[in-house]
Design a protein around this ligand. Sequence first.
Ligand SMILES: [Zn+2]
Length: 215
Amino acid sequence: MELISDLKYLLFPIRCFGCRELGYSICSKCRRLWNPHRYQSRIFNLSVYSAIAYSPVAKNILLAAKEQSIKSADQLVRQAMRSSLLELFQKYSSCALVPIPSRLASNRRRGRDFINELAISVAKDMGVGVLPLLEHQRVIRDQSKLNIAGRRENLAMALSIKPEFLGNYSGEKVVILDDLVTTGATINEANRALTRGGFKVQAAATACMALRRRE
Ligand SMILES: [Zn+2]
């Protein structure tokens, strides 16, 4: 058996999905970097709770979960998300999570709705519900290469409340959920659409936060 596993290792060497080093699926160095902290930033009047400072390793871990559906990467993202929410719910009363919808093209490519699945999994642990209230009201571009102004323009009025939820939940308290906050343009747009729809957005939670947002 050992011979077979050695042979398998030679043919398909395992690399760390954080740093690409040969060895384990996640090496101890990268694992240490993914150690949840308490980060809080603000997007206008909204507090954003995050657990991991974004870095090249954090980016790779997020991509391994999102784009490659690697289970252990998924678990790391869920752990970070839970950590952010635990912190958030210390201050705000428990309420439903509203995941930010991924672009349809991304869902098709991944074969799943990553943020929605993440929301369902952590909501179960936290004993709260998930309200998939938002949808894109027009096609938006992949914004990983866009600057702050470009992202704002790309996302302006991009989200709306799904017709089936309009008018049914007026005044309901909610928390916005996303995997990463960079410029804050996406969360800001979600906040705008939800507030306009009559929802009371308490705060937002993300697994990762880009360094420039750190305070
Ligand atoms: Zn590594």
